[in-house]
Design a protein around this ligand. Structure first.
Ligand SMILES: [Zn+2]
Ligand SMILES: [Zn+2]
Length: 146
């Protein structure tokens, strides 16, 4: 894999209707163990590969979004998904405009993120499920990172 930041990565949803290309490296990978991410993903955590919105180009079928408004902050968060198959295709949040995430599992090459030195942060580990146990070596935060 080239070391330069122009590297393109492809990915998409389960049914193949929605495709995307990302340009360059992400800002970070946030693995979120909060209860809300457990519910929205149906598993132990959400994996958010965080990009500048301008670095992602979507093509093909329609994306839909569900807007969730936080009871605590009153701010919105849009959950994006394929309108055909429902695959999770990331989130955008009011609090950080211009930022867009892609779930780590949606890339065609599941190994490319392992080949970068992208910072990985595990947040809301206070609600981490034991059946999704982490290696003790990873960097963790009891709540969100500051
Ligand atoms: Zn789809
Ligand atoms: Zn979360």
């Amino acid at each position: 894999m080239p070391e330069n930041k122009q590297v393109e990565q492809h990915g998409g949803c389960v049914c193949g209707a929605v495709r995307f290309v990302t340009h360059g490296l992400p800002d970070r990978i946030t693995v979120c163990h909060c209860l809300w991410c457990q519910r929205r993903t149906g598993t132990a955590f959400g994996t958010e590969v965080v990009f500048d919105e301008a670095k992602i180009i979507f093509s093909g079928g329609d994306l839909k979004a569900h807007r969730h408004t936080s009871d605590e902050s009153g701010r919105w968060l849009d959950m994006h998904f394929c309108s055909e198959c429902g695959t999770n295709l990331g989130i955008t949040v009011e609090v950080r405009s211009g930022i867009r995430t892609i779930p780590a599992g949606a890339f065609d090459n599941p190994e490319w993120l392992d080949q970068t030195d992208t910072d990985v942060r595990h947040v809301y580990t206070r609600s981490q499920r034991h059946w999704g146990d982490l290696d003790q070596a990873v960097k963790t935060y009891d709540g969100y990172f500051e």
